[in-house]
Design a protein around this ligand. Structure first.
Ligand code: PLP
Ligand code: COI
Length: 340
């Protein structure tokens, strides 16, 4: 591990020492197991394979200057995983099991937590799947909860540099009364065609519109959308977007820094009014947007022409990172210092 080029890590899978697993059988969760295997043994009729009973999370841990590992807002990830489980009728993972699993997997892979100042972090991927066999469409009676970790760099190759995005008009990621608000695998399957179309067109990602009217902004690939106008941070309200923990945190950070914040439906025509725009998420952190192209309507909205992120996006980005690595006080109790 010593020759890992921490500063140039991609956002991808890297083999680590261990993962942790726990099975739900006979109506209860078993003991947490430690595994060094990268594979799982699963019944061919498992509901996760046929009927999409699968949910996951994405979280990060950071190394502080003091050599302590900091886990960001794990309670929110645990809560969202419970919501996802409820949404597709899976067994819910209790918070104490979630926390002991995440702490254990980080402890077992401590050497993979990238050093302070490298810009990289330890990505944490909890997974909950139906393992019980069914042939009729119904929920499984057995589940597997597991977590693996991987050291990662930025999700978008550019890092904290503005990227171009394309408005997606030929696909919907999620329906207003569908599963967009929970983190289930099916939403990501539904996004693959559109993301390929965006990438093929030279865009970093695509922006989804609300599926019903095709007039309001939903989100940006696997990240929420935000925009800045004067002193206000705007972000969309919609029943089909994933409630982003990063976005929730940025709203608080923006308020702490003295900005106004507004969560409401954002009409696509409003894009021309904004000074700055960006995508935010655990993987994406803040990815500033240079321009948004609407090919079908033949319109381009520009937010950065000099290749630099906007002033307020930069302030938010720096403050959030400083909280995560412990460089500024953790006023909202978002960071769990792990005694590992
Ligand atoms: N939206 C989608 C569709 C996502 O996959 C993610 C990533 O988790 C986000 C938004 C950002 O959420 P968070 O900030 O909790 O990572
Ligand atoms: C995250 O930001 O954690 C995500 O889950 C995005 C991912 C689908 C790559």
């Amino acid at each position: 591990m010593n020759n890992t080029d921490w500063g140039n890590l991609p956002f991808g899978y890297m083999k680590t020492n261990y993962n942790v697993r726990c099975y739900f059988r006979n109506g209860k969760w078993g003991e947490l197991e430690i595994s060094s295997s990268e594979t799982i043994n699963i019944h061919m009729a498992a509901t996760s394979l046929h009927y999409g009973q699968e949910a996951f999370e994405g979280a990060k841990a950071f190394m502080g200057k003091d050599g302590k590992v900091r886990l960001f807002r794990w309670e929110e990830n645990a809560k969202r995983l419970r919501n996802s489980a409820k949404g597709i009728m899976m067994a819910e993972v209790p918070d104490d099991l979630y926390f002991s699993a995440v702490k254990k997997v980080i402890e077992l892979n401590k050497e993979f937590v990238p050093p302070y100042g490298s810009g990289a972090s330890l990505y944490i991927r909890p997974l909950l799947i139906g393992t019980g066999a069914q042939v009729g469409v119904k929920p499984a009676d057995e589940y597997l909860f597991m977590i693996f970790v991987s050291p990662v760099g930025p999700y978008f190759k550019s890092g904290f540099k503005p990227v171009n995005m394309m408005i997606c008009r030929s696909f919907d990621r999620a329906a207003p009364l569908g599963t967009g608000h929970i983190k289930v695998g099916g939403n990501y399957a539904a996004s693959l065609q559109s993301l390929k179309k965006g990438h093929d067109g030279g865009f970093a990602s695509v922006i989804y519109l609300d599926a019903k009217h095709k007039e309001y902004i939903d989100e940006c690939g696997p990240a929420n959308f935000f925009a800045i106008k004067d002193n206000t941070y705007f972000t969309p309200e919609s029943s089909s977007i994933l409630p982003s923990i990063t976005n929730m945190s940025l709203i608080q950070v923006a308020e702490d820094l003295g900005y106004e914040t507004l969560r409401r439906p954002i009409h696509i025509d409003e894009l021309s009014d904004f000074d700055e725009a960006g995508a935010c998420g655990t993987a994406a952190v803040i990815t500033p947007i240079a321009k948004i192209v609407d090919e079908i309507e033949n319109k381009t909205y520009e937010f950065s022409t000099d290749g630099k992120p906007g002033k307020i996006s930069t302030k938010l980005y720096k403050r959030l990172q400083a909280i995560q690595t412990g460089d500024v006080p953790d006023e909202h109790n978002w960071v769990e210092l792990l005694d590992i």
